[in-house]
Write a protein that binds this ligand. Structure first.
Ligand code: KIV
Ligand code: NA
Length: 265
């Protein structure tokens, strides 16, 4: 199979073919996602929430991200593997940011990194790009800054914030990013940005006009029982299905129906 590259993603935008992106954090899930034909697998810092049970993405460390990413890379035969630089690993200075990105590329074997923010992180983005590491931007709702905003509601509804986002998107393109995630912003703004930049935009809660879409796999498979924001389309209810299977197993053990004669040596 031919590996998806940032160059192929650009061609997809140019010919109007939408880009499919989904998160994965471990080998087995990533193998299923890759086999299904996903274009991009994101090793998101949402691992902090869905894998580790933290309330925010802030606690996950660079070492933990590298562990998740290396597992995903071993499974991904076709997808481009993008890895989030976690909170605290790139905001300090550009040298530190570059070291973090190099560790992700070297120790995990990732293909690209993703970073939250616009003009504020321009120097770090630029330095990482100079080292030949592809960078994906992330604008709109940026969960690593949750304590600055206080809520996970829709971003850039006010003109001042919308204008900053437009400028940030152009800046990220100018720096050389190969794509930008747009999280939880009005569909109209996402459409404008997607048309104003040449590079692909990947939306989550940003409407249908983005060049691609991304979701957290636990959310779209319905593994997280309670999480049902408007933007989420749930393609399965694995919580129910797994719960049923596990209860059946417990019942079979208790009732002594498992293992049976054929299931023993
Ligand atoms: O960490 C993550 O899963 C993400 C996506 C929601 C874009 O950054
Ligand atoms: Na993230």
């Amino acid at each position: 199979v031919k590996r998806i590259t940032t160059h192929i993603l650009q061609e997809m935008k140019n010919r109007g073919e939408k880009i499919a992106m989904l998160t994965a954090y471990d080998y087995s899930m990533a193998a299923i996602v890759d086999n299904a034909g996903m274009d991009i697998i994101l090793v998101g810092d949402s691992a902090s929430n869905v894998m580790a049970g933290h309330e925010t993405t802030l606690p996950i460390t660079l070492d933990q991200m590298i562990y998740h990413a290396s597992s995903v890379v071993r499974a991904a035969k076709r997808a481009l593997v993008v890895v989030d630089l976690p909170f605290g690993s790139y905001q300090g200075n550009s040298k530190e940011a570059l070291n973090s990105a190099i560790r992700i590329m070297k120790e995990a074997g990732a293909h690209a990194v993703k970073m939250e923010g616009g003009i504020e992180i321009a120097e770090s983005v630029s330095r990482i790009l100079t080292a030949g590491i592809p960078v994906m931007g992330h604008l709109g709702l940026t969960p690593q800054s949750i304590y600055k905003f206080g809520t996970y509601t829709v971003r850039a509804k006010q003109e001042a914030e919308a204008q900053k986002l437009r400028e940030d998107a152009l800046k990220l393109q100018e720096l050389g990013c190969f794509g930008i995630v747009l999280e939880k912003i009005p569909a109209k703004l996402a459409k404008e940005v997607s048309e104003s930049v040449q590079i692909p935009t990947i939306g989550i809660g940003a409407g249908r006009h983005c060049d691609g879409q991304v979701l957290v796999i636990h959310d779209m498979l319905g593994i997280n029982d309670g999480f049902k924001p408007r933007f989420l389309r749930q393609y399965s209810n694995l919580f129910e299905q797994m719960n049923g299977a596990i209860k059946n197993y417990i019942g079979d053990v208790k009732s002594k129906s498992f293992p049976n004669e054929q299931e023993q040596y």
